[in-house]
Design a binder for this molecule. Structure first.
Ligand code: SF4
Length: 413
């Protein structure tokens, strides 16, 4: 039990590290509470209200009959017979501000008359107030926690930690040809990578945040080092970079990504958590998570341009509003793959790709489309695997630390 408390307090401290995390934590706690409260039977709800000293006064039948017309007129969806069968509570106005503001309750003499069906709004408000106060109190301890050099690195690492598969070992290495990428970006890339691919095709360039995020993703889906060099070079020389500048300025960093230069670390593709929580894009950048980093109106336009139906867009935007970015991405998966339930919990852009391919190919891995470039890569595949195994993938933690060093190689925009 003691361990559990320490874990919970540690997590709470972590969620104080930024305003974003604080809001996210509050939102998640509210959603969880709402879900669990609405799962209770009426009887248990009553008991819960008594237990937390929220036992509001239920009005008697006489008063209810006397106010029936007003209650029915002021409570949307409540006809007279429905008012008669519903229990009503007399609640102080301060506790029912949300219902009052939305014109969903009858007000008289400083009291709101709240039907039992709406009592969750009051309970949730109360919970939000208590939780916010408790969080504010906890925040007072933050400076001393942050100055503790034993805890600070742990707290920092938590924001990037990811414990799922790291997609650094690619069983598909060399199975994807460069000619397939345009089609795959539409069918099987998550929105973050689709956006990066489109920006690269349109402007023939990506700044370093985009090259890192997209380059490691492509490596994760199976592009060999030779394919990656060919892919980036072909695109960059269509823009302002000539072949010589590419070889001198960019090829090194691609080889570095594949563990062939510098510390020879086999770098892992970024997880959703890392993309969402770190290095937000600025003007002219295309990296990041569109569900987290795009303006909702721009996101809406993007989804419209991808022919997502209006009802689907509304669902995605609702999830984004609630800061459920990965759930919004799951919804995008469902809408673009025409499935009702995604059937997995999304944590990684490469997981999105793998699951999409499994679904589209009926459980099989992506089919090889042969081309000159593809055949060449397939021959090199065996050599690539030997090379990779001589440079084993580091643990996520180690890779995260070493990525900090790698970013120094990507200073050229
Ligand atoms: Fe990409 Fe993950 Fe954001 Fe989806 S949730 S767009 S996979 S970062």
């Amino acid at each position: 039990q003691k361990k559990k408390y320490i874990q919970i307090f540690f997590l709470i401290f972590f969620f104080f590290c930024s305003e974003d995390l604080r809001r996210w934590f509050l939102q998640q706690e509210m959603d969880l509470f709402r879900y669990r409260f609405n799962e209770l039977t009426e009887n248990l709800m009553q008991k819960f209200l008594e237990h937390v000293n929220l036992s509001f006064e239920a009005i008697g039948d006489d008063l209810k009959n006397q106010l029936a017309n007003e209650l029915s007129a002021s409570t949307p969806g409540f006809t007279l017979p429905k008012v008669k069968e519903q229990m009503y509570y007399k609640v102080g106005l301060a506790d029912a501000v949300d219902l009052f503001r939305a014109r969903r309750v009858f007000i008289k003499d400083g009291f709101a008359y709240v039907p039992f069906k709406e009592i969750d709004v009051i309970v949730l408000n109360n919970y939000r107030t208590k939780l916010s106060k408790a969080l504010a109190l906890t925040a007072r301890s933050l400076p001393s926690i942050q100055s503790d050099e034993r805890l600070q690195p742990l707290l920092n690492h938590l924001s990037h930690s990811y414990v799922g598969p790291d997609y650094s070992v690619q069983k598909n290495t060399g199975k994807i040809s460069l000619e397939q990428i345009d089609a795959l970006s539409v069918k099987s890339f998550p929105l973050c990578m689709r956006q990066l691919h489109r920006a690269l095709r349109e402007s023939h360039h990506l700044r370093h945040g985009g090259r890192m995020q997209y380059g490691l993703f492509l490596k994760g889906i199976g592009l060999t080092l030779e394919q990656a060099l060919e892919f980036w070079k072909k695109e960059f020389i269509r823009g302002k970079v000539d072949a010589d500048k590419f070889d001198k300025g960019y090829a090194y960093s691609i080889r570095h990504n594949y563990g062939k230069e510098g510390k020879r670390t086999d770098y892992t593709p970024y997880s959703c958590m890392k993309i969402i929580m770190s290095n937000p894009p600025s003007q002219g950048d295309y990296h990041g998570c569109p569900f987290r980093h795009s303006d909702p109106e721009l996101l809406k336009q993007k989804l419209q341009s991808y022919k997502i139906p209006p009802s689907g867009i509304a669902q995605v935007l609702e999830l984004v509003k609630g800061m459920h970015y990965q759930l919004a991405c799951q919804k995008y998966f469902e809408l673009t793959h025409d499935v009702d339930d995604i059937g997995f919990s999304l944590n990684h852009p490469n997981q999105y790709f793998t699951e999409s391919q499994k679904l589209l190919n009926g459980g099989r891995e992506p089919k090889k489309e042969f081309s000159n470039s593809g055949n060449f890569q397939q021959k090199n595949n065996s050599q690539e695997s030997i090379n990779s195994s001589s440079t084993p993938a580091s643990s996520n933690e180690k890779a995260d630390t070493e990525l900090e060093g790698l970013e120094a190689y990507f200073t050229e925009d």
